[in-house]
Design a protein around this ligand. Structure first.
Ligand code: KG4
Ligand code: ZN
Length: 358
């Protein structure tokens, strides 16, 4: 059978079985998401149960509620993902799951179920670092070679990294306080919008017909590669001061928040591009990839395209389905680890914090 859309090196061609798959389980925050990936690295099915409804009235994720919701839905989500893929569980060759970083209750649920299935089905268990899953997510739908530059922007993290290979990361800059996603979420809360804040800020920003408001661009006037977003939220909080604003004004402020966050991200990514170009002068083309939940932001995607063109980088966007937390990015790392024979002991620890690189 020909391999369609193969993402593997030819040496593996004859070793792969068309009838096998790897399961990926993501449960580190507020999405219970499970994907099935075949031996060519193609995503065959993905099912996600979003807990937005459960957390909405609290305007943020409540860890205990999240853990309970994961435990109530995870088996049904796994069953549906396998059913949708057309495989049966007997064709599963490895079970991978996020083992951190993340909210520990959800991580316990995901990894306990993954380990139980691995034991029951007699297949290896693969513990996946959630950040690594985001870092390699641009590769799910794009043919890109290592090393590449990455801006990883999620609710918990904000980093620029050189992605050198599976398990090989070099940190360039990271946030010293809030992440970009946190900045969006906290500013949305201050503006009286719901949760999750990022998509709402984007929607409101699109409605702005003008913007008379300017917020300070975080860390604009220093040469540190690091990010800082906590001042932005405080600045907005001082201005809004609990006032209920008319819709048009909320839209203007949302525009100002989005502009300030994205400009700060672009400024520090430009510094990282400079570092990458100097450190890896022979790499051609130079790739800049964008991943994580905030990578779903249309304005940021556009700004990063422009920045890449300016610095002679080729911009690679993560497919929108794989930006916010999803099982496919976990299954993708599970697949890569499987191909390189990296399995985890059932006693593999789970981590609330698990840095990719220090
Ligand atoms: O990667 P992710 O799903 O979870 C973590 O690993 O943290 O990222 C969630 C974050 C939230 O802060 C959410 O507000 C933000 O990504 N986000 C967005 C957008 N969609 C999600 N931020 C800005 N614009 C969006 N369209
Ligand atoms: Zn994430």
């Amino acid at each position: 059978m020909p391999i369609i859309g193969a993402r593997i090196t030819p040496t593996w061609y004859n070793l792969l079985n068309e009838n096998q798959f790897i399961l990926g389980i993501e449960s580190s925050c507020d999405d219970t998401s499970v994907a099935v990936i075949d031996m060519h690295g193609q995503v065959c099915a993905m099912v996600t149960y979003s807990q937005i409804m459960e957390h909405q009235k609290y305007r943020g994720v409540v860890p205990e509620i999240a853990a309970r919701a994961h435990s109530q839905t995870i088996i049904a989500v796994i069953d549906k993902a396998i059913e949708d893929s057309g495989f049966t569980h007997k064709q599963c060759v490895a079970v991978s799951a996020t083992a951190g970083p993340g909210l520990i209750g959800g991580v316990i649920v995901g990894t306990m179920v993954a380990r139980a299935l691995a034991v029951g089905w007699g297949v290896p268990y693969i513990a996946v670092n959630h950040l690594e899953a985001h870092a390699l997510s641009p590769k799910i739908t794009n043919e890109i070679s290592f090393p590449y530059l990455l801006l990883l922007v999620s609710g918990g993290h904000c980093q620029t990294l050189v992605v050198k290979g599976l398990g090989q990361y070099e940190l360039i800059g990271q946030t010293i306080d809030d992440s970009a996603g946190e900045a969006f979420d906290k500013c949305a809360k201050i503006l009286g919008l719901g949760y999750p804040g990022g998509p709402l800020i984007e929607q409101y920003a699109k409605r702005a017909v003008k913007c008379d408001y300017i917020l300070p661009i975080p860390m604009a006037n220093n040469d540190s590669p690091n990010f800082s977003f906590s001042g932005l939220k405080s600045a907005l909080n001082r201005i809004i001061n609990g006032k209920q604003l008319p819709e048009a004004e909320i839209a203007e402020w949302a525009f100002a928040v989005q502009y300030a966050v994205n400009q700060a991200l672009c400024n520090k990514t430009a510094m990282a591009m400079h570092y990458f170009a100097q450190t890896y002068p022979s790499i051609n083309p130079k790739i800049c990839a964008l991943a994580g939940g905030v990578a779903a932001n249309g304005h940021l995607r556009g700004q990063m395209e422009q920045l890449s063109a300016q610095y002679q980088f080729t911009m690679v966007q993560t497919d929108m389905r794989y930006c916010t937390d999803n099982g496919a990015m976990v299954a993708n790392v599970g697949w890569l680890q499987y191909l390189s024979g990296q399995f985890s002991a059932l006693s593999h620890p789970i981590y609330p914090q698990w840095p990719l690189a220090i």
